[in-house]
Design a protein around this ligand. Structure first.
Ligand code: GUN
Length: 295
């Protein structure tokens, strides 16, 4: 047994954003500046951090970047009015409403109001439908699974014929689109979730494991097959004791220490999937801007 290769999401994301920067300056010479609008509602501290990083990266790519901060108690109709305004704003090519939303808001109505051609999160039913139908070239693919897929391709290639991929988690943001991308790449795909019995016996047969459950260090080395590629989507904040002090640290859904002794390649948390998600948001926004040129 040797230690797994570390999949450096931070480095790959940097390489991607460098390319996006170049394409942006080419597009600018044709008079188009990619524009991204991020809407954040309320004060959720984790969302504030994510949105700040998205804005910073958008600016570093040379995009026109705007942020709309709405109060926690905003009305559904005010959110819909803002989205409609952004849908009709020619300077804006991509719109993202940061989730989760305050409980009183209707998430489905909000995400479905974003014009499909500006839906850089890939949450609109048009984009979900295209991805499910295997029309990956046309769809906006949700950023996290799109980033995971690039990291998988780097390690095992684009064609996953004969491979068994196990996705743990069935969310609309990660699990389901991830499964569709893996299917499109010819993998045999199993989706597991909180109601799956004997999860470990399934993950043990996987050549590729994507963990997106939101439970700290749930997937252990003993649950994976020798040589598997392990992608950890989890971002869990846990309290740890260090030198007699309680500290808070980020950890994934995978127990990195034990899994990295069994896997052939593994993503760290932080520094794995997270930076790739932001890079893919930039990629989708650039693509939306390029499409707008062809109208
Ligand atoms: N919250 C957590 N992940 C995401 C994401 O990918 N997009 C949006 N809009 N909100 C999120």
């Amino acid at each position: 047994m040797s230690e797994a290769k570390l999949i450096d999401g931070k480095l790959k994301a940097q390489e991607l954003t460098d390319k996006i920067k170049q394409s942006t300056s080419d597009l600018k010479s044709n008079g188009i500046v990619p524009g991204l609008a991020v809407v954040i509602i309320g004060e959720d501290p984790a969302s504030q951090v994510y949105v700040r990083n998205k804005k910073r990266t958008a600016e570093a790519c040379g995009f026109y970047s705007v942020q709309h901060d709405l109060p926690e108690n905003v009305d559904q109709s005010e959110v819909l009015d803002l989205i409609n305004k952004l849908n009709n704003d020619d300077q804006i090519h991509g719109i993202l409403v940061q989730l989760p939303l305050p409980k009183h808001l209707d998430e489905q109505e909000i995400t479905q109001t974003i014009a499909p051609q500006k839906d850089v999160d890939g949450f609109h039913y048009v984009n979900i439908g295209q991805l499910s139908a295997g029309e990956v070239e046309q769809a906006f693919v949700p950023c996290t699974p799109a980033g995971c897929m690039l990291m998988i391709e780097d390690h095992v290639g684009k064609d996953l014929s004969g491979m068994h991929a196990v996705v743990i988690g069935r969310s609309n943001i990660v699990g389901k689109p991830m499964a569709n991308l893996l299917l499109k790449a010819n993998a045999t795909v199993t989706i597991c979730h909180s109601r799956t019995s004997d999860l470990e016996s399934i993950t043990k047969t996987a050549d590729i494991v994507v963990a997106a459950v939101g439970r700290a260090e749930m997937v252990k080395g003993e649950h994976i097959k020798d040589g598997a590629v392990v992608i950890d989507v989890g971002i869990n904040r846990v309290e740890v004791e260090e030198h007699g002090e309680t500290k808070s640290k980020l950890t994934g859904d995978v127990d990195f220490n034990s899994a990295s002794m069994i896997a052939s390649a593994i993503t760290p948390v932080p520094g794995g999937v997270g930076p790739m998600t932001i890079a893919m948001l930039m990629f989708n926004t650039l693509r939306a801007a390029k499409f707008s040129d062809k109208k």
